[in-house]
Write a new protein. Structure first.
Length: 678
């Protein structure tokens, strides 16, 4: 479609290869490598021979877990493919690769069409103005339908989409593709396609001229626009990201792959054409090897033999081995002794990395995902990689004391490598909690712990229930003890009432309780707040007022009034209608709109309160407030319910009352657990 430019000079480019899981992205990467001559035969995901999926975990599970860097050359152009995982659980890998690339190749199944993962990748590329190609893959499969899926792409994905090639045949008859503008094809084009080609050419012409004001004016005035002018405008629109071409392909048979490879080599923008990179303070860096050096760390990996590997995208300048660079994000200087480029799993040492390169730095513990590196004499800091909060949590239970001792160091390595993982100890339950983007994410993390020699079992986390009150009540606490010598005496009356948060105040008049004992009364109340009155859960959302009491000049003490305070609260709770609270979250679910009924029905079984539904093309976004206890298995359940076409996120949303029947069950189980611990 696009000829090489005059002089034959075509700068290198980096392309993020992204898709929803199952669209055949990694198989297409293998086909592109084979078509370019980089490999003698394409590998297969099913056989564990794909160049992208080289880790033991990827071979075992049969899908990509991390972004693979693949290098190829076509028509004199060096192309770096960043083959990202399809599972949304590994969003850190996907977003890092998109930020590191010059353009994106979005793969859509010609059978399944646009899915949730497709839309997420598209939205990320949109956010950063990324030029894109769309490959409709699996055109050789049964039920493949180019025209239906083209309409789906246009309806679902934001921006002008145009078919630049049409398929010759579909399904098992898919045998070639024809270029829309020229009508050229490597196989004979049936005469029956003439009407389709004319219609597609008219649609493509309109899409092209809409990207160029001068051409649009001439076109509307009825002037002829030559094929060369259309081709030049199309090339400019694709490079600028104002038009997204669609090409039908089959990774399995290779049909359409040479034409796609040509588009990658000659149709997308290069690193130099990307334009200057802008720092957070407005500074810019030209994408030139002669500019001051700057780069961003877009992913980290921990190799058992090499150690920490920091993947960088060089935005400007040249980095040579031994140069001093500044980590401007953290304010430390570094001196990388060795520089590498990577192809699959193979590291190759190089003397320098230049603007546009994807490189790897090793054994630099000061580097973290999203960090900016720069020439110390010309510092700049780029914006960090934005990553969503985790959505799925498991409790970790080390199998042995040795595993317990090694868990901290192993987790530190995992969290350093993957910032979308979170670890915390729940103060109420004492559990060690690992959170990730989904059940597959946490499962892979546990497998990595095992590879580091740490065995853990996982379980759903205990729910951190709380207690509260629903009525106003008063109570007196009197602690009086005489055992020879000084006795103990403390007496106070308090009022408690429902209220947001916790509040303690005094309404004592006339010095009935000296002010010096009020802190002790509050300590006694805090003692009871930690254990509640129903099932040993912490008590929250109540306001306490000290009304009065009495004291003894000799026998009163801090400990006596602390005891009196706890007794007063226990007495008041008897009449305050105590109840059980459970944590709730704001759940956001994205899935195909045709599954709305099934999703709502499922949420109703989870005691959800639907807050709203927003259609976005062929996708529905459902927002609901759901008890945390009802989402313990939601990651796997949603995958099953939607055929892996759904995604979700959660945010804490406070606490709500537990229904009475469920509250009785929870309290019975809690009391039984406490008795067994005693």
């Amino acid at each position: 479609m696009f000829p090489q430019r005059s002089g034959g000079f075509m700068p290198s480019r980096t392309v993020s290869l992204a898709a929803h899981s199952g669209a055949g992205k990694t198989s297409l990467a293998e086909a592109l490598l084979h078509a370019s001559g980089a490999i003698s035969r394409p590998g297969r995901v099913e056989d564990g021979t794909a160049r992208s999926d080289f880790t033991d975990a990827e071979k075992e599970h049969g899908f990509s877990i991390q972004t693979a860097v693949l290098r190829l050359c076509s028509e004199g152009v060096d192309i770096t493919l960043l083959d990202t995982p399809g599972y949304a659980d590994f969003v850190r890998e996907i977003r890092g690769a998109v930020r590191a690339a010059d353009a994106a190749l979005v793969v859509v199944s010609a059978v399944s069409g646009v899915e949730v993962g497709t839309e997420r990748v598209w939205a990320t590329a949109d956010r950063f103005g990324m030029p894109r190609l769309i490959a409709l893959n699996k055109m050789d499969r049964d039920r493949a339908d180019f025209y239906t899926m083209l309409a789906d792409v246009r309806a679902s994905l934001k921006g002008p989409v145009a078919a630049t090639f049409l398929p010759i045949g579909q399904g098992e008859d898919f045998r070639g593709i024809v270029e829309v503008l020229s009508g050229e094809s490597s196989v004979e084009v049936p005469t029956s396609m003439r009407a389709e080609l004319r219609e597609a050419r008219d649609a493509l012409t309109e899409a092209i001229v809409e990207t160029d004001d001068a051409l649009m004016t001439r076109y509307l005035d009825g002037d002829d626009v030559s094929d060369d002018e259309l081709r030049t405008a199309l090339e400019a629109a694709i490079r600028a990201g104002t038009l997204y071409p669609v090409i039908p392909v089959s990774a399995l048979t290779g049909v359409g792959v040479p034409e796609l490879l040509h588009l990658l080599a000659c149709g997308l923008r290069s690193a130099e054409e990307r334009g200057p990179a802008t720092g957070q303070d407005g500074q810019t860096r030209e994408p030139s090897a002669d500019a001051p050096f700057s780069a961003r760390v877009w992913r980290l990996s921990v190799d058992p033999f090499v150690g920490k590997e920091a993947y960088i995208r060089v935005w400007s300048g040249t980095l040579r081995a031994g140069d001093t660079v500044r980590n401007t994000t953290r304010g430390v200087d570094l001196r990388p002794a060795h520089l590498y480029v990577i192809d699959g799993k193979e590291l190759t040492e190089v003397p320098e990395l230049r603007a546009g390169d994807i490189g790897v730095l090793t054994k630099l513990p000061e580097l973290h995902t999203g960090d900016t590196l720069a020439d110390p004499a010309h510092p700049i800091e780029y914006d960090p990689l934005w990553l969503p909060d985790p959505a799925h949590t498991v409790a970790l239970r080390p199998r042995t004391r040795q595993d317990e001792d090694k868990l901290g160091a192993a987790l530190a390595r995992l969290l350093d490598e993957d910032p979308t993982l979170r670890f915390a100890r729940e103060p109420q339950t004492g559990e060690q909690l690992l959170s990730g983007m989904g059940d597959m994410h946490t499962k892979i993390a546990v497998e990595k712990l095992a590879a580091l020699g740490v065995g853990v079992d996982t379980a759903p986390p205990q729910i951190p229930y709380r207690e509260t009150i629903h009525a106003r009540a008063e109570g007196q606490g009197k602690h009086k003890k005489q055992s020879g010598g000084h006795g103990q005496y403390g007496d106070c009356t308090i009022r408690i009432e429902p209220g947001e948060g916790y509040n303690f105040r005094s309404a004592v008049v006339g010095g009935a309780v000296p002010a010096k004992y009020l802190p002790s009364i509050e300590k006694g109340i805090q003692d009871v707040l930690q254990k509640g009155s129903l099932a040993g859960f912490p008590l929250q959302d109540l306001h306490v007022t000290v009304l009065g009491g009495s004291y003894h000049d000799v026998d009163s003490s801090d400990i006596a009034f602390r005891t009196a305070g706890s007794l007063a609260l226990k007495k008041a709770l008897e009449d305050a209608k105590p109840g059980l609270l459970e944590p709730v979250v704001l759940l956001s679910v994205r899935a195909p709109a045709q599954l709305t009924g099934d999703l709502i029905s499922d949420l109703q079984t989870r005691r959800a309160r639907v807050q709203g539904m927003d259609p976005e093309g062929t996708v529905i976004v459902i927002r609901a407030v759901v008890p945390q206890a009802e989402l313990q298995t939601y990651s796997a359940d949603l995958r099953s319910l939607t055929g892996d076409r759904g995604a979700f996120s959660v945010k804490p949303h406070g606490y709500q009352d537990v229904p009475e029947p469920l509250a009785r069950k929870v309290m019975a189980e809690r009391q039984a657990a406490l008795r067994s611990e005693a």
